[in-house]
Ligand binder design. Sequence first.
Ligand code: COA
Length: 238
Amino acid sequence: MTASQPGPQSSPAVGVWAGPLFPDRHRWPVKLSYGAVILAPFQPRDWEEWSLVRQRNQAWLAPWEATDPVPRERRSPRQLFSRQRRETKAGSLAPWVIRYGETSRTPLIGQCTISNITFGAARSGSIGYWIDQAYAGRGLMPAAVALATDYAMQVMGLHRIEICIRPENAASLRVVEKLGFRYEGSRPRYLHIAGDWRDHHCFALDASETAGGLLARLPPKPSRGLGAAADSAARQSQ
Ligand SMILES: CC(C)(COP(=O)(O)OP(=O)(O)OC[C@H]1O[C@@H](n2cnc3c(N)ncnc32)[C@H](O)[C@@H]1OP(=O)(O)O)[C@@H](O)C(=O)NCCC(=O)NCCS
């Protein structure tokens, strides 16, 4: 993989790279892809499709969802989106939706976001993610996280990426295990998830541990060839 060659531009606003070829410098919005896995900047036009996928996956996502510990400060999804826009503009957030496919039909199947981006002496960020249940178990999230981490380190110049996971979340623990994230320790009552303060296991990688990039640690490119569940989910989202 080369990190220095900019790819062709498909539109003036968003750079598109057919493979894991990254631009020389970070400029948001940026669209990245690896095989059929696409990280596309979260745009207002994604709202409707995002809402449908989220509704369909409510029970699947609920145990792992961030909740607001102060009920009177609870925000609607639209208010959360405006906060997201402000943070993106300030450079502390890189919110991507995950799309999947190699043709013009690339349904929205999840999210992968780098939050708490700080520069100065830390140069770090935290990754959070979810995927549509119909697309689970195909190695798509490891590919999305590898793409985001490689971009963060090779282009944004971050030194460290962190991922914190509830100990009960076996599927998410597999994602960091597959990518070789290092266990750093546990944080008791770290985040308010599914209505209460939950313990988390924290994993991280810094630039000294990622020579060659995380994409190189993946099995061959995630391909198409989805099962019936994913096809039916994609039809429902259209
Ligand atoms: C965690 C999550 C993002 C993993 O994404 P993914 O693309 O399915 O990741 P993988 O394909 O690498 O699968 C990871 C593990 O999930 C489990 N898994 C496989 N198929 C599955 C399915 N259909 N349903 C549920 N879990 C499955 C397996 O243990 C798999 O590990 P394996 O490949 O060693 O068998 C996804 O399960 C998810 O979105 N869960 C709900 C939200 C969430 O937990 N977010 C993360 C919070 S930290």
